[in-house]
Design a protein. Structure first.
Length: 173
């Protein structure tokens, strides 16, 4: 009985001490990031969350059927339809039109700047910006190719895609 009472007093003391520390921490001002030699994160938490949402939503469409002009999972997707659907549903961003028109908007980024959720564009039909996919990281992207007729993941280093890569754009920052 005495041990239980001592434990209860100790827990109460620890709890009160923890609350006091928490309140003290909350009452102090945040240090100036530049003064201590660090920079704030380059991307907001909201942008990071949007990137994750877009990436995971796109991954959820793997194996959905291909259909030229398709814009939803029930009908099937073409590449621009898949991108439009993912961005609308996962990030509430309107990215619509043909692949070429999607390539004109957003902000162009270098291949070395790619982050999950960015768009990658390819010349697959002998004309600029004829295919688009969603970069998911580790040199891979999700897309709706007509070949094999299903949404899938491919590597950008694959000889076919590497030869046809044109540019990357971001809509998420």
């Amino acid at each position: 009985m005495q041990i239980a009472a001592a434990c209860a007093r100790t827990r109460a003391g620890l709890c009160a001490g923890g609350v006091a520390l928490l309140l003290a921490a909350c009452s102090t001002t945040a240090p100036d990031m530049q003064a201590i030699g660090t920079q704030p994160p380059a991307e907001s938490a909201q942008a990071t969350a949007r990137r994750s949402d877009v990436t995971f939503f796109a991954l959820g469409l793997i194996d959905t059927g291909y259909r030229f002009g398709g814009k939803n999972p029930e009908a099937g997707f073409d590449c621009s339809g898949m991108v439009s659907y993912v961005f609308r549903e996962a990030a509430n961003i309107s990215v619509s039109g043909s692949t070429a028109s999607i390539a004109k908007r957003g902000r162009e980024i270098g291949k070395e700047e790619l982050q999950p959720g960015d768009l990658v564009f390819f010349n697959t039909l002998g004309r600029p910006f004829s295919h688009v996919g969603i970069y998911i990281g580790d040199g891979r992207f999700v897309h709706a190719p007509s070949t094999n007729g299903r949404v899938r993941i491919d590597r950008m280093s694959n000889r076919y895609w590497a030869k046809r890569f044109e540019m990357a754009r971001t809509y998420l920052d």
